[in-house]
Structures are given as structure tokens and as C-alpha cells.
Ligand binder design. Structure first.
Ligand code: SF4
Ligand code: MG
Length: 327
């Protein structure tokens, strides 16, 4: 297994109290596999990814439990120097906002090239050639000329392609993409997602795709992990989820995807807000918003029940949820 996250816990100490951002998350990703991690903002999906990347080790964020195994090595026991080496060559991250992730005063060619100078000891000239090659690889037109341009001279979609090129540069085993297409318009979104999926297959990388939009991952993900209040509430192969969700929260997300044949109809949106992470509701943390909630949900926290060999749901009434969908 390429990456195994086991019972991970992360908290943030603030002046107002302790925010429990990640509360026992486990997931895994194999080489060549795409895991979509889904949830609203504040569900812990980005924080989990930042812990994997090792960019969370500073206060106020603190990992308080669990293990992160990357190629069999527990990342949480490594020295910062070893961690940095893995962050450079073993795994890479793509962020939502390329404009703030890229350096505005350095040409994209130099930014791409620097990866090869620093990590591969290449000459500036060879690194420049590699930068052009990468830009062609992510289909930036006229790459040989545009390599001298600065980030703001590119469109949002092209900038996102440059971020993908940066992430791919050292051919990492794992890429984590946090809302990589959220800032783009729908057509460009699909193009960038297709490119990412294509490169992922070609390089046989593991890919973690973090998103709040179940619609964008349907065609590219193998598995989906749905997060709520710092926990995974449903985990399943993508096909199973689309056929019938086994958790009311997943169903809410699924029903929120606009469908062409439903035009004009009001979309079901999950009512209410995600909980305050300093004060997570007892029992099932989703109960204040759940249309299926019963008394037991307010007192007993559901474990991740085994729905099948490859599927889990943290809902006491997952059977009813599945049946309900079939009707
Ligand atoms: Fe809803 Fe209860 Fe299931 Fe939680 S355990 S999702 S409140 S039905
Ligand atoms: Mg986020």
C-alpha cells in the first residue's frame, strides 16, 4: 500500500478552546488509485491532507494521535529533514489557488526549472528544457515561448495546469489535489480534471482528490471517503455510492448535484450548518441535520459499520438508508 492513514487525530488550540479538526480518520491509497475525499468546508479533509504532507506540524495545529504510513514508513516518526525530502520527491500537493501558490515575480519556467536544479542537480539550461517539456506535457500552447511568462499572464485554467506540472516534476508516487478545479468555470474544470486523471494513469501515481463537489469526481475516482466533523462517515467504491448511498449525509451531497433532467426543480441541499469543531454534538455528529435521526442518534456514536467487504458507513440506520434509495 502506498499510503495508509490510521486513526489520525488533529486539534487546533485557539484562544476560545480546542477545535477537534480530525477525529480518528483512516484511509488508504494504492499506486495508480484515485481516492476522492469529500465533505463541506471544516469537515477535516484538507487538514488530514496537510498532516500527510507534513505542512501542519506548527502550532496551533497539532497531531495528537494516529499514524501515517507512506511506502511503509511512519512519517510521524521521521526527522524534519527526511520529511522534507519525501515532500519534495515522494509526494506533491496541488492547491485550489494557483495564483497564491506560485511566486508572482519569478517566471513559470524558472519556478519549474528550480525543481530540477535543487532536487536533481541539473544545470539551468537543462532545467529550462525540462520546464518546457513539462509545460507541453500539461498542454500549454506555445510552451517554448510562454516559459518566460509570469503566473499572472496565464488564464486560471492554464495556471492550474502549471501547478499540475510543478507537482509532476519530480514524478512523485502520490499527489494530493485540494479543490484543484473549484476556482475554474465548469468547462475548464472538466478539462483540468481530465488532464489530471490522464497523467495519474500514465505515471501510475496515487491521487487524493479533495473536493466538496461529488459531481466532479464521478468519472475519475475509484473510491470515495465522505468526511463530516473530522470523521469518515462513508467509505466505498464510487459505483456503490452513486447507486445507493449508505449514509444520509452522502445522500444529501448526492442530491445536491445538479442534473440536466432535473432542470427547474429545486435542488435538495442539506439543511443547517456543519458543527462547531469546539463543540461537536454527542452521539452521531450529523444528528441535528439528519432527516432520518432517531433518539439513539443523539446519544450513541455510530461506529463505521461494515456494509460490505469494501464499504463502511457510520450510520446506525445504513440499511434503511440503502433501502430508502432503492424505492
Ligand atoms: Fe442520521 Fe442517525 Fe444515521 Fe446519524 S446515525 S446519520 S443521525 S440516522
Ligand atoms: Mg479546504
Amino acid at each position: 500500500m502506498l499510503l495508509e492513514v490510521r486513526e489520525l487525530r488533529v486539534e487546533f488550540r485557539t484562544r476560545d478552546g480546542v477545535a477537534h479538526a480530525v477525529n480518528g480518520v483512516s484511509y488508504e491509497v494504492d499506486a495508480g488509485e484515485t481516492l476522492a475525499v469529500l465533505g463541506e468546508s471544516g469537515s477535516g479533509k484538507s487538514v488530514t491532507a496537510q498532516a500527510v504532507m507534513g505542512i501542519l506540524d506548527m502550532p496551533p495545529g497539532r497531531i495528537t494521535g494516529g499514524r501515517i504510513l507512506f511506502q511503509g514508513q511512519d512519517l510521524l516518526t521521521l526527522k524534519e529533514e527526511e520529511r522534507r525530502r519525501i515532500r519534495g520527491a515522494g509526494m506533491a500537493m496541488i492547491f485550489q489557488d494557483a495564483l497564491s501558490a506560485l511566486n508572482p515575480v519569478i517566471s513559470v519556467g524558472d519556478q519549474l526549472g528550480e525543481m530540477f536544479v535543487v532536487h536533481r542537480g541539473m544545470s539551468k539550461k537543462d532545467a529550462r528544457a525540462k520546464a518546457v517539456e513539462l509545460m507541453e506535457r500539461v498542454r500549454i500552447p506555445a510552451a517554448a515561448q510562454r516559459v518566460r511568462d509570469y503566473p499572472h499572464q496565464f488564464s486560471g485554467g492554464m495556471r492550474q495546469r502549471i501547478m499540475i506540472a510543478m507537482a509532476l516534476a519530480l514524478e512523485p508516487a502520490l499527489i494530493i489535489a485540494d479543490e484543484p478545479t473549484t476556482a475554474l468555470d465548469v468547462t475548464v474544470q472538466a478539462q483540468v480534471m481530465d488532464l489530471l486523471a490522464e497523467l495519474q494513469r500514465e505515471y501510475h501515481m496515487g491521487l487524493i482528490l479533495i473536493t466538496h463537489d461529488l459531481g466532479v469526481v464521478a468519472d475519475v475516482a475509484d473510491r470515495i471517503a465522505v468526511m463530516y466533523a473530522g470523521k469518515i462517515v462513508e467509505s466505498a467504491p464510487v459505483r456503490d455510492i452513486y447507486k445507493a448511498p449508505a449514509h444520509p449525509y452522502t445522500r444529501g451531497l448526492l442530491d445536491s448535484i445538479p442534473r440536466l433532467h432535473q432542470k427547474g426543480q429545486e435542488l435538495y441541499a442539506i439543511k443547517g450548518l456543519p458543527p462547531n469543531l469546539m463543540n461537536i454534538p454527542p452521539g452521531c455528529s450529523f444528528h441535528p441535520r439528519c432527516p432520518m435521526a432517531q433518539d439513539v442518534c443523539r446519544t450513541d456514536e455510530p461506529p463505521l459499520y461494515e456494509v460490505s467487504g469494501t464499504r463502511g458507513s457510520a450510520c446506525h440506520f445504513w440499511r434503511e438508508c440503502l433501502d430508502d434509495h432503492d424505492r
